[in-house]
Write a protein that binds this ligand. Structure first.
Ligand code: HEC
Length: 115
């Protein structure tokens, strides 16, 4: 096999591809991540139980978030501890997920400006 065999470059090309894919994933903003988790990423999804206009959800088990306009801290607390019929997400979501949801929900509902 010569030093310039094309097959030698295949792993390099693969790595470049993976790197590009990773960069594309990282390009998702925190607010986009929060919205994605709200609609379908969290289990069970927030959208099943909550109405939030920005997310296009019409769940009616929990309060309408556009109306209660929770600030980020209130969202974080509900996610970590659960509240009434709402389960805690402390075990199923990472800190970063909880943070993204808190930012997204508080901003999309009008409860808090983006920080
Ligand atoms: C199984 C249904 C259900 C799911 C899923 C759910 N919630 Fe809730 N949520 C509720 C209910 C019910 C309440 C009201 C609890 C109470 O006041 O007793 C609530 C309350 C809240 C509140 C208000 C907390 C407060 O201090 O009054 C926020 C904010 C909230 N939910 C956000 C979320 C987010 C974000 C998600 C997704 C990660 C989510 N919820 C998932 C049912 C749900």
């Amino acid at each position: 096999m010569s030093a310039f065999s094309p097959t030698r470059f295949a792993p390099l090309a693969l790595m470049a591809g993976l790197l590009a894919a990773q960069t594309a994933f990282a390009a998702e903003t925190e607010l986009e991540r929060g919205k994605r988790l709200f609609i379908q990423g969290a289990v069970p999804a927030c959208a099943l139980c909550h109405t939030l206009r920005d997310a296009g959800s019409e769940g009616s088990v929990g309060p309408v978030l556009d109306e209660i306009k929770p600030d980020a801290e209130r969202v974080r607390k509900a996610l970590r501890n659960g509240l009434g019929a709402m389960p805690s997400f402390a075990k199923s979501l990472s800190e970063a997920d909880i943070q993204a949801l808190a930012r997204y929900v508080s901003q999309a509902s009008g409860g808090a400006p983006a920080r």
